[in-house]
Ligand binder design. Sequence first.
Ligand code: AHM
Ligand code: MG
Length: 338
Amino acid sequence: MENSTTPKLITIDRHINEEQDLHPEATGEFTFLLHDFTFAIRLIEREIRRAGLNDILGLTENINIHGETVKKLDQFAFEVIYRAMDHNGNLCVMACEEANGLMKIPEKYPKGKYVLVFDPLDGSSNIDVNITLGTIFGFYKRLDPTLRTDGTIEDVLQPGRKLVAAGYVLYGSSTVMVYTTGHGVNVFTYDPTVGEFLLTKKGLKMPEWNNQYSVNEGYYHKWDEKFRKYIDFIKTPSPDKKRPYSLRYVGTAVADVHRVLNYGGIFMYPGDKSHPQGKLRLLYEANPLSFVIEQAGGRATDGQTDILDIVPSSIHQKTPLFIGSKRNVDELMEFLNS
Ligand code: AHM
Ligand code: MG
């Protein structure tokens, strides 16, 4: 039987091991971390796929730090990730959209050299209506990796440029994990029959341009003049038929950015009169998504600074986000800088 051209079947664990082999200095700690993280993701994926059957839809009685009512599935995802990651000895601290302060590693467990930041369930408003959800994550090395003490706020407040790995999981028509360690973007698709993530795209590069845009245009009246002009421009028909652009908006950042990653175009969540910093969080959403998009050849900015160069000053800091194909973001910047 001819099998020399058949692509290799690679699980995410195998892929992580192979990447580790490229770094002789690697201790294997990071491999363990990702192994535990993908285990948590499998549990979340199982719960999402059974949502509606397992009394998990709807609200809890808790209000989170952002004043939003926490949904049951949000709470579940948050707890599962924390419980899968708190005891493996490789993390020194975690921070997450749903927790008020830093999430410490319990005293009884050893502390390691990595920091985890995450948005356990992105797209909460879509939970009860069967629309695509996501999980976003990023790993940093702590500032002094030789320490074995609790991680500090300084360990968490590092710019996105310092991420050692980041990505997201998209619970869509299938579940995919999109992941980078700074050596290109790899996509793994979950096979629920065997419980494994399998490598389905390696070194993904995004289109340089596309005439699709994604933004909550209901806020048009609150945007500043320059941004409105850009939106008016991309909707105005042009003789070469490249405009008007098509609008696509799911309302789950992971889903909107994933479409942009694959098809090209631009996703935007700008600041506005009542929310100058927009809605999305720098640490848990903008940074990991921007790391992926840059690694795929795209661009991400807050309108002035590349997202990955912003030095955070607080863990729940928000930022305007303009992210996508390089030429699309460049075009927007011409309007913002005019
Ligand atoms: P969440 O993490 O609480 O779900 O909030 C973030 C979500 C993003 O996924 C999405 O892009 C945005 O909120 C949608 O906000 P809006 O409803 O204002 O368009
Ligand atoms: Mg979110």
